[in-house]
Design a protein around this ligand. Structure first.
Ligand SMILES: N[C@@H](CCC(=O)N[C@@H](CS)C(=O)NCC(=O)O)C(=O)O
Length: 207
C-alpha cells in the first residue's frame, strides 16, 4: 500500500490526495508537518531532504517528493485519463501546474497567512491588500482560459485542473471582493462537485 506523508490541511498534500481519490488507490496518509511536526527529524529528512510535505513512499522503497511530480507519477503508473494522452494536452496541464506554483501560490500566500494564520491585531494589511490584487489579476488568466476551454488543459478534466481548483477554493474563501469570473465559477462548480475534491479538499477547513 502506498504511504503519503503529510498533514491533510496542506494544499500540496491535498493535490496528491485528490489524485489518490480519483484513482481509488489503497493508501495510508501519515500526519506530519505543521502542528504535527516531525518533518525536520532525520528519518523524514532521509526521505525528503527539504523537510516539506508531501512525500510518497511505495512498498518497494521508491520515494518521491514534489506534489506535482507525485501526481503525474501516480496517474502515469496507473494509466489514468487524468493524465492527458496527447502530448500537447499533457504539456498544457503541466504549464498550469507550474504556473500555480510560480505565480498563483506566491500571489495568494500573504492573503492566506494574513487572514488564516495571523490574529487581526498583528496582520500586515498592506501585504494582504497587495496579495489580493495580485491574486485577482492571476485568476483573470484562469477565467480567460476557461472562456476558451471546458477545463484548464482542454476538453477533459485532467491533473492540470487540480492545483488551480485547490487555489481557486482559497481565492473564493479569502477574497470576498473578487470580480465575478463567470467562466471560472462555471468550472469550479463542476470540479468541486467531484467526490475526491469534497473528501480531500472541501471537507477540510483552511488552517
Ligand atoms: N514544491 C513543494 C512544496 C511543498 C511545501 O511547501 N509544503 C508545505 C506545506 S503546503 C510544507 O511542508 N510546510 C512545512 C510544514 O508543513 O511543516 C511541493 O509541491 O510538494
Amino acid at each position: 500500500m502506498i504511504k503519503i506523508w503529510g498533514r491533510n490541511n496542506s494544499s500540496n498534500v491535498q493535490k496528491v490526495m485528490w489524485v489518490v481519490g480519483e484513482l481509488g488507490l489503497a493508501h495510508e496518509r501519515i500526519d506530519i508537518g505543521g502542528a504535527f511536526g516531525k518533518n525536520r527529524e532525520p528519518d523524514y529528512l532521509a526521505k525528503n531532504p527539504n523537510g516539506l510535505v508531501p512525500t510518497l513512499e511505495e512498498d518497494d522503497g521508491f520515494v518521491l517528493w514534489e506534489s506535482h511530480a507525485i501526481m503525474c507519477y501516480l496517474a502515469a503508473k496507473h494509466r489514468h485519463p487524468i493524465e492527458p494522452a496527447d502530448p500537447k494536452g499533457r504539456a498544457l496541464a503541466h504549464q498550469w501546474m507550474d504556473w500555480q506554483h510560480t505565480v498563483l501560490a506566491p500571489a495568494i500566500f500573504p492573503v492566506f497567512v494574513g487572514l488564516v494564520r495571523t490574529p487581526p491585531e498583528k496582520r500586515d494589511e498592506a501585504a494582504i491588500a497587495a496579495g489580493k490584487t495580485k491574486t485577482i489579476e492571476a485568476m483573470k488568466m484562469v477565467d480567460a482560459q476557461l472562456a476558451r476551454t471546458k477545463y484548464m488543459a482542454g476538453d477533459a478534466f485532467s491533473y492540470g485542473d487540480i492545483p488551480i481548483a485547490i487555489f481557486g477554493r482559497r481565492f473564493r474563501d479569502l477574497i470576498a471582493e473578487r470580480p465575478n469570473y463567470a467562466h471560472f465559477e462555471r468550472w469550479y462548480a463542476e470540479v468541486s462537485a467531484r467526490p475526491a475534491f469534497q473528501e480531500h479538499v472541501g471537507a477540510i477547513p483552511l488552517s
